[in-house]
Design a protein around this ligand. Structure first.
Ligand SMILES: Nc1ncnc2c1ncn2[C@@H]1O[C@H](COP(=O)(O)OP(=O)(O)OP(=O)(O)O)[C@@H](O)[C@H]1O
Ligand SMILES: [Mg+2]
Length: 306
């Protein structure tokens, strides 16, 4: 595999505050790589350094063999950026923005097609200020793609998009990837990360705490199975005696049991033995959200697994 991005010991400070602290990762050509982490974790700062939008950082960063600090102008030809905070002049028309961005690019795509793909054809002559938040967001994604980039950076691409538009955006990102492009995306949506990203880095407090495929992360970190059911029976202490059960939590009549291994038959047998036959007994498999919560809590993962 060819690494199109290599980041070694990236560190970025704002005054005395360290926003990105010794971050290292690589991105392979043709993959969708995601950065997932809580607010303020340093995701935007990290990808801004990589995109040559911030220059005062330490560490080694190579993007398509270029150094963003030295080769910013050259690099811009090959990357597309949708920024978390963007703005255009309110009076600029949608078509003017695309035409302007295309005019900077030697291999610009047909922006009329991008307009259609991103559901903006009817808004061609609308001014930027007259677009809804979601339409503005779609325009920024289209603008990030107009120079036919080798790598496209998407920072919270689907923020503000309605559910249908999110699905369309996912399909379009997959289409971009299928054309051999590399996508680096920041997202807060677990379903988006799970559906779109080939690999993910979980970022917390300026550091990468884990990198793997979504399923790999789930297998490594979210090892607890959840068994759920409802009952009004007050005493369920016997469930805590089952060896592979770690905790029994009650939320009103809802009961949530956390454990490792195949606890469902053991829980079911113990309930039947004690005269309870819950009709809604079910198992929830661990999800990426569980991984996220485990890895971004204020305690070390090792402490949680104990
Ligand atoms: N220009 C700046 N000056 C000072 N501090 C900054 C600046 N930009 C970001 N920070 C701080 O750096 C930290 C990381 O910010 P960053 O925007 O990278 O986080 P993020 O992971 O993208 O968060 P979010 O999910 O909220 O977008 C935050 O604590 C933020 O307050
Ligand atoms: Mg951000």
């Amino acid at each position: 595999m060819n690494n199109v991005i290599e980041v070694e010991h990236l560190k970025k400070t704002y005054g005395s505050f360290t926003a990105v602290d010794d971050v290292s990762f690589h991105v392979e050509e043709g993959e969708v790589f995601g950065l997932l982490g809580p607010n303020g974790a340093g995701k935007t700062t990290s990808i801004e350094c990589i995109q040559a939008l911030r220059h005062s950082f330490t560490g080694d960063v190579s993007v398509l063999g270029l150094d963003p600090r030295k080769d910013a102008r050259e690099l811009r030809k090959y990357i597309g950026s949708q920024l978390q905070e963007s703005a255009l002049p309110n009076r600029m028309k949608v078509w003017e923005a695309l035409d302007l961005f295309a005019s900077f690019a030697p291999n610009a795509l047909d922006w009329e097609l991008l307009l259609k793909q991103w559901g903006l054809a009817e808004k061609r002559n609308s001014s930027f200020g007259g677009l809804s938040g979601g339409q503005q967001q779609r325009l920024f994604i289209a603008l990030a793609l107009v120079n036919d980039p080798k790598i496209v950076f998407l920072d919270e691409m689907t923020q503000g998009l309605d559910p249908a538009a999110r699905r369309v955006a996912w399909d379009l990102v997959r289409a971009v990837r299928d054309k051999g492009k590399t996508v680096v995306m920041v997202t807060h949506f677990m379903d988006e990360a799970e559906n779109l990203c080939d690999r993910l880095a979980i970022v917390n407090k300026g550091r990468i705490v884990a990198t793997d495929s979504p399923q790999g992360l789930i297998n490594s970190y979210a090892t607890q199975i959840k068994v759920l059911f409802s009952t009004d029976e007050p005493d369920l202490s016997y469930l805590e005696q089952i060896p592979s059960v770690n905790s029994v939590n009650r939320y009103g009549s809802h009961v949530e049991i956390l454990g490792t291994g195949p606890i469902l038959p053991l829980v079911a047998a113990a309930l039947v033995e004690n005269g309870i036959t819950p009709s809604d007994l079910r198992v929830d498999q661990p999800t990426l959200e569980d991984v996220f919560l485990i890895l971004t809590r204020d305690v070390e993962p090792a402490e949680i697994n104990q």
